[in-house]
Design a protein around this ligand. Structure first.
Ligand SMILES: Cc1ncc(COP(=O)(O)O)c(C=O)c1O
Length: 436
């Protein structure tokens, strides 16, 4: 292995000691600092043989290929969002940054259709928002009922168990949704303090009907927590009207923003639970008493908690601005129309949609039953290699069972549907059937 040794002049330059050596002659205190610095530089020099060279790949320019992301997320980001994320940063505690955060909060209130004061973006992906919701609300021993009709409920159950919650799994086969009657039975049986459900189940391609679940939960003294990572902006959802107590999402799907800033909102009932806990939540990073302060929700002067992802927030601000300009209802309609167009094209190719009931097909992420005889990965690899288009296989309980196509935000066009249908047709003709 080649060794890189830092030479003394370079060290002096790095530590600023040549400058200190000059002033040392005229200033006694600085001279003392200078001599301390010199001995530091000598001791550093004595141990300065680096054994790990700079990685050769880092000495090459960054290369990012162009790809059309038509999987379940992330989706491509718009030029406007890219430009916002490429701006020079300002300080995370600057007044201009707080103004941007206030605008983001208003944008999330619009996207969620809520007036909740406790509305913000978590510094992290959708999982971080899921964890923030659970770690703040659930205390050890609390009974938590988790609706599982794909992979996301299982993730929520795992998080709630780590917190010490008494988790009750309420499982349906992927491809189906929960009925109000089933939910009420489970609420009566388990008497949970919290019910979790996924609105847009991106692993199965199902949209869960939300009307009526909130009132049922409240009738049984239970809070309702909803995951809208794969549905926000693409499927109608009304946090306040549908009595949802806690709602979170992600930035990288319909919003066409880089991952890393996840919208989250709590209503007053949820805040009551959070701020009357017996003990602090186990996560400091996701503690809502800190986060509510940095997002200006508690009315107190903002204090440093963590350095927020400044450019990520610029990008989220622009993504929410685009959604506000397009209008939620227009966006919902666009996603529904283009999903139906894609579904027809898939059936015209002789393929079967995984979700049998048309009424519960998720417009943002479509699942296709893996065509008989084919290896799903041969199809996704072929489409990536030949067309630079991402579509994916299943996840969790749908691995090996489905192919997934996402048309979200700026990627939600008939032209993209046509492109991916052409690529699928080609894949079916070119990939060998390897299964019998
Ligand atoms: C419905 C749903 N919930 C949660 C997540 C997790 O989000 P992230 O990957 O941003 O952590 C995803 C990601 O695909 C999702 O589709």
């Amino acid at each position: 292995m080649s060794r890189v040794v830092l030479r003394r002049p370079l060290l002096a330059h790095l530590t600023g000691c040549s400058f200190l050596a000059q002033v040392e002659r005229s200033s006694a205190p600085l001279a003392r600092l200078g001599s301390r610095c010199r001995s530091f530089s000598r001791s550093m020099y004595a141990n300065a043989e680096l054994t790990i060279p700079p990685p050769p790949a880092l000495l090459q320019p960054l290369v990012v290929p162009k790809k059309l992301l038509l999987g379940p997320g992330p989706s491509n980001i718009s030029t406007r969002v890219q430009e916002a994320g490429g701006k020079q940063i300002i300080g995370h505690m600057h007044v201009e940054m707080f103004e941007i955060m206030d605008t983001i909060k208003a944008g999330i209130q619009y996207a969620f259709q809520t007036t909740n004061n406790m509305t913000l973006a978590i510094s992290g992906s959708g999982h971080a928002a899921m964890e923030a919701a659970l770690v703040n609300v659930v205390e050890p021993g609390d009974v938590v009922l988790i609706g599982i009709h794909g992979v996301w409920g299982e993730r929520a159950a795992d998080i709630a168990e780590r917190i010490g919650g008494d988790v009750r799994r309420f499982v349906k086969p992927p491809g189906e949704m929960f009925t109000l009657q089933e939910i009420e039975q489970a609420l009566v049986q388990h008497k949970p303090i919290l019910f979790f459900i996924t609105h847009g189940e991106s692993s199965s391609g199902v949209v869960q009907e939300m009307d009526g679940i909130g009132p049922l939960c409240h009738k049984h003294n239970c809070l309702l927590l909803v995951d809208s990572v794969a549905s926000l902006g693409g499927v109608p959802l009304y946090m306040d009207k549908q009595d949802i107590d806690i709602l979170y999402s992600g930035s990288q799907k319909v919003l066409n923003c880089p991952p890393g800033t996840a919208p989250l909102s709590f209503n007053d009932k949820a805040c009551q639970k959070i701020f009357n806990r017996r003990k602090k939540p186990t996560s400091l990073y996701l503690d809502m008493s800190w986060l509510s302060n940095i997002w200006g929700c508690d009315g107190s002067p903002r204090k440093y908690h963590h350095t927020t992802p400044i450019t990520g927030l610029f990008a989220l601000r622009e993504a929410l601005a685009i959604l506000a300009e397009q209008g939620l209802e227009e966006y919902w309609k666009l996603h529904q129309e283009n999903a139906e167009y894609l579904h027809k094209g898939i059936e015209d190719l002789g393929l079967k949609l995984f979700v049998k009931d048309k009424a519960i097909r998720l417009p943002t992420v479509t699942t296709i039953a893996v065509p008989e005889g084919y290896e799903w990965k041969d199809i996704t690899d072929f489409i990536m290699n030949k067309y630079q288009i991402e579509i994916t296989g299943g996840l969790g309980p749908t691995i090996g069972k489905v192919l997934r196509i996402g048309l979200m935000g700026i990627n939600c066009t008939k032209a993209n549907a046509d492109l991916v249908l052409r690529a699928l047709k080609d894949a079916l003709a070119q990939c060998k059937k390897s299964k019998h």
